[in-house]
Design a protein around this ligand. Structure first.
Ligand SMILES: Cc1ncc(COP(=O)(O)O)c(C=O)c1O
Length: 370
């Protein structure tokens, strides 16, 4: 097995591939002299709404802002509890905390997504909403979650940051809840040149409020009807994202192909790869395995030229900033066990079959599997 380099991230390759179109976006926008809130932003929002199947998309400057504004527009705040998962990026609970509400955690299933039975057990008289996270681009069990929400009269706000191009029973992620957030951070499948994100909703009042809020609450240049913030998706990114949206399916296909190769080639039973259910289409923003001796395996892969990342080694309830919520290790055993075992392997669309085979062989060699 000769040594190959296998990078985790593909952004430079992506630039080389798209250079001509990206530079022409830059030229078009700069030549127009119009950089914020132009009709191009509106056109991009309509394109996303049509792609995902919602009434409104509101372009914002990050997925975190989209989450916060979803909660804010639904009047979720002080005294309210929002049930979510311990397996996510910290922005999930950061958004809940920033609107004044309290995150309440519910454990996950083997696929790393929130367990509906645990949601039900965490409901109190203060619960106002459920915030599932579609981790790695695999949609949480929305039938069960919507059923619980309906029975207990709760709102659903999806942290669908990783969900562009992911489907559950044929329906696009980020379209199930009342207001939902997508990130276009550079490491997402649909990625801006810098930060970006948007909110998806079918609710006219939510869309109207967030459109105002993202632009200082200005109804027009002279009239402020509520105090807002500056969180507009800039026009350059709207143009880049519009171009990239047309390529999203092929990006996901490339990632899926690599994940399927891994499934065939990794023989080691010490590495668990959650299977895809027949009703889900995972967007594979990340390819996260669960494995024995994770840290030793990661060091071994690194020695062999293979980059891998731990997403994440710490559950949300165990961050120092979350101490005030009173959780401790042992509260969410499934999630905590996963945090000790997770390892994301490189799977991006520019990797060759030889590179994937090399990673799989290296994993097998580490565990002594054939
Ligand atoms: C699950 C999840 N939630 C929230 C966010 C926050 O999105 P952003 O980085 O665009 O603010 C991200 C991505 O970074 C994420 O992966």
């Amino acid at each position: 097995m000769s040594k190959l380099k296998v990078p985790f991230i593909d952004l430079q390759q992506r630039y080389q591939e798209e250079k001509e179109e990206l530079l022409s976006c830059v030229e078009r926008v700069l030549e127009s002299g119009q950089l914020v809130m132009t009709p191009e932003l509106g056109a991009f929002e309509e394109k996303v709404a049509a792609f995902t199947g919602v009434k409104h998309c509101v372009g914002l400057n990050s997925g975190t802002d989209a989450l916060m504004m979803a909660l804010m527009a639904l009047s979720i705040g002080r005294g309210d509890e929002v049930i979510t998962t311990p397996i996510s990026f910290v922005a999930t609970i950061g958004a809940i905390v920033h609107v004044g509400a309290t995150p309440v955690f519910a454990d996950v299933r083997e696929d790393q997504n929130i367990d509906p039975a645990a949601i039900e057990a965490a409901i109190t008289t203060n619960t106002k909403a459920i915030m599932p996270v579609h981790w790695t681009g695999r949609i949480a069990d929305m039938d069960a979650i919507l059923h619980i929400a309906e029975r207990h009269n709760l709102l659903v706000v999806e942290d669908s940051a990783q969900t562009m191009g992911a489907y559950y029973r044929g329906r696009h992620g980020g379209t199930f809840g009342k207001a939902n957030a997508i990130s276009t951070h550079p490491l997402k499948n649909l990625n801006a040149v810098g930060d970006g994100g948007f909110l998806l909703t079918d609710d006219n009042a939510v869309a109207k409020k967030v459109r105002l809020y993202r632009n200082h609450g200005l109804e027009d240049r002279d009239i402020c009807v509520l105090f807002g913030v500056n969180s507009r998706l800039d026009v350059l990114n709207a143009e880049v994202l519009s171009f990239r949206l047309d390529r999203l399916k092929s990006v996901i296909e490339g990632r899926k192909r690599n994940v399927n190769l891994y499934r065939e080639m990794i023989a080691a039973e010490q590495m668990y790869i959650p299977p895809c259910k027949d009703y889900e289409e995972n967007a594979f923003v990340m390819f996260i395995t669960q494995c024995n001796d994770r840290d030793k395996l990661q060091a071994y892969l690194s020695e062999k030229g293979i980059q891998s990342l731990v997403y994440y080694g710490r559950c949300l309830h165990l961050h120092p900033a979350a101490e005030k919520f009173g959780y401790k290790r042992g509260d969410f055993p499934v999630a905590e066990n996963q945090a000790d075992r997770v390892l994301a392997l490189p799977h991006h669309q520019y990797l060759s079959e030889d590179q994937i085979a090399y990673v799989a062989e290296t994993v097998n060699a580490f565990y002594g599997a054939a």
